[in-house]
Design a protein around this ligand. Structure first.
Ligand code: HEM
Length: 562
């Protein structure tokens, strides 16, 4: 577009030549007039597009709606706007980029699922992709050309060979064992429940990826990877501090980081994508180590030639397990604890069901699933109530101009599913902030129609739906069922003996959100159950022994914020 090109085509020597020939004042005037005309023309183009696109607040030239964005949690504002304009789709201009927000389950289903062939691409993303995980990483891959689509299919196929529906059934035993370790660790340090969940989630993907478990909750791989994920999740929330100028003027991303405060330390020259080297090193280390022949890293090296895999792709595929799988899965479990603490009445039918079907002498396993419909509903409600990927992960982008209800959605527009609004609509979920598993019990008066068989949109849509969904659903079922079976979750008490309240709205501001730290009292439901947890935990630890091992690599030595 005009303005962007202006920056690209104004080499300095032309300017110097112009000044010596026409004088500084005249050149300055000419530059000013050209710039003003450029801005005007550009704004006219923005307004023209706006008249065709879904409704939304009036954008300003160059900055769009950026300075109207709230300081935190813009998804709540988008939900309000969607109600105000009475439209499932709204347009928000982040700088000069129009972004379309889908606030309604039926519209999301219509566009992102039913028209999956059109909405299968990602837009160009400076912050998340080019300065972050890489635009050629599967999660960010643009699929507008045939060659890109073929690469996407190959990378996605390889991911499915690691965590596809059939594959994850093979992981049930060790995933179950790691989940038993959570219950076991909760007996001694229940106050560290967040750490136990992070260890569990990281260990599961580490075993899958590298044949190596993560046994220590303070292992730097947990803290370092999750810290990077939180930073990426914070930086990518559209807001006044969102480095949106770069998305509008990609040329700004080329300015050396030390002179570019708007880059927030991203993409330091010569250090960009260093995280990749870390994951490549982990994968190579696993590949060279004897044993665990079926781990994902070894599979990637085996398939390297067949798929023409570059080192960066191996690194990205291996890294995605951690990047996409550890923070998301652990945050979901923290939400489950918050729900148990804030809505204790929902545990009573769960305990009744578990006591009837499972009893105190063993913990629940997958084989019980069909006989535990309320537990299944409970887990679904955890996914719905406070979905971790609150704006549905990365944006989709249509590969051609598309129309919906007469509105234009131009090719390559950011189209983002507002999962908050979708799961918060009281037409589908009456009293949406109330945690209520009965919404997912068939024919129950609290159940409402919802597109798709799962009843929630926590894992995204269409061809970009989360590759790790089966693994995450399986692991969340196992761990939530076990936690309910094992523990009472009650208010913590302060020094004066008063119960410590919790706030069900007090969540972080990242696009992967989790509850802010809260205190809670977690104790075994009975002495018999406590003994079972110990017995099963000791057995699980013995069964997990073949996965014990150390890595010599640390993320912090590869990936430095400048
Ligand atoms: C509770 C846990 C999880 C949640 C809520 C979640 C959610 C999501 C969402 C919303 C997306 C974007 C989908 C879209 O663009 O429509 C996504 C993408 C993705 N997720 Fe997950 N995820 C979870 C766990 C995992 C795990 C455990 C893995 C792998 C081990 C994983 C791997 C991926 C990958 C590779 C993509 C990119 C797919 C693509 O662009 O083609 N996720 N996830």
């Amino acid at each position: 577009m005009a303005i962007e090109q202006l920056f690209d085509v104004l080499p300095l020597h032309y300017l110097q030549h112009g000044i010596s020939k026409f004088g500084a004042v005249n050149v300055a005037l000419a530059v000013l007039i050209t710039a003003a005309l450029g801005v005007l023309g550009d704004y006219a183009w923005m307004l023209y597009l706006r008249s065709k696109m879904p409704p939304g607040p009036l954008p300003l030239p160059i900055v769009g709606n950026t300075f109207q964005l709230p300081d935190v949690k813009p998804w709540i504002w988008f939900e309000e706007l969607s109600k105000k304009y009475n439209s499932g789709l709204i347009t928000i201009w982040i700088g000069r980029n129009p972004t379309v927000w889908v606030n309604d389950a039926w519209t999301a289903n219509e566009l992102l699922d039913k028209r999956a062939g059109i909405y299968c691409s990602r837009p160009r993303m400076l912050v998340f992709a080019e300065l972050g995980a890489g635009q050629n990483n599967l999660v960010n891959l643009i699929t507008t050309t045939q060659a890109q689509r073929e690469r996407f299919r190959a990378l996605r196929k390889l991911t499915h060979q690691g965590v596809g529906i059939q594959q994850v059934k093979r992981y049930r035993d060790f995933q179950n064992d790691e989940s038993k370790m959570v219950a076991y660790d909760m007996l001694t340090t229940p106050e560290n429940y967040v750490k136990h969940f992070e260890r569990y989630a990281t260990s599961v993907v580490s075993i899958i990826g590298f044949g190596r478990r993560v046994g220590d909750p303070n292992d730097p791989i947990i803290t370092e990877v999750i810290a990077v994920m939180h930073r990426a999740a914070d930086l990518n929330v559209p807001g006044k501090t969102f480095p949106m100028l770069m998305e509008t003027f990609p040329v700004l991303a080329k300015v050396p980081t030390e002179y570019a405060p708007w880059k927030h330390g991203l993409g330091a020259r010569g250090k960009s994508h260093r995280g990749h080297d870390f994951f490549y090193s982990l994968a190579q280390e696993a590949n060279e180590k004897p044993g665990h022949e079926d781990c994902y890293a070894k599979m990637l090296f085996r398939e390297k030639e067949k798929y023409g895999l570059r080192d960066k792709e191996i690194s990205a595929l291996a890294g995605n397990l951690f990047g996409a799988g550890s923070d998301t899965s652990s945050s979901t479990l923290i939400t489950a604890i918050l729900a148990m603490r804030a809505f204790p009445e929902t545990l009573i039918p769960a305990w009744e069901e578990l006591d009837r079907v499972v009893g105190p002498n063993r913990s629940p396993s997958f084989d019980d699933d069909l006989e535990l419909p309320y537990i299944r509903a409970f887990v679904k409600e955890v996914f719905r109530w406070r979905s971790v990927a609150i704006i549905g992960g990365q944006p989709h982008a249509p590969i051609q101009d598309d129309y919906y209800n007469g509105y234009l959605i131009p090719k390559a527009t950011w189209v983002q599913g507002n999962v908050w609004a979708i799961h918060h609509n009281d037409r589908e979920f009456p009293e949406p902030d109330r945690f209520n598993p009965y919404r997912f019990i068939k024919d129950h008066p609290d159940a409402r129609p919802f597109p798709g068989e799962r009843g929630y949109m926590t894992f995204g849509w269409g061809r970009r739906v989360c590759s790790g969904q089966a693994l995450a659903e399986q692991g969340t079922w196992l761990t939530v069922a076990r936690l309910i079976w094992a523990f009472k979750v009650e208010p913590a008490v302060d020094a004066s003996g008063k119960p410590v309240p919790v706030d069900i709205f007090d969540y972080t501001n990242g696009l992967n959100m989790r509850p802010e730290p809260f205190e809670v009292k977690i104790t075994p439901r009975s002495e018999e159950i406590r003994k079972t947890i110990i017995r099963e935990g000791e057995q699980a630890l013995a069964d997990l022994a073949p996965f014990e091992g150390e890595t010599k690599y640390r993320m912090s030595t590869f990936y430095k914020k400048s």
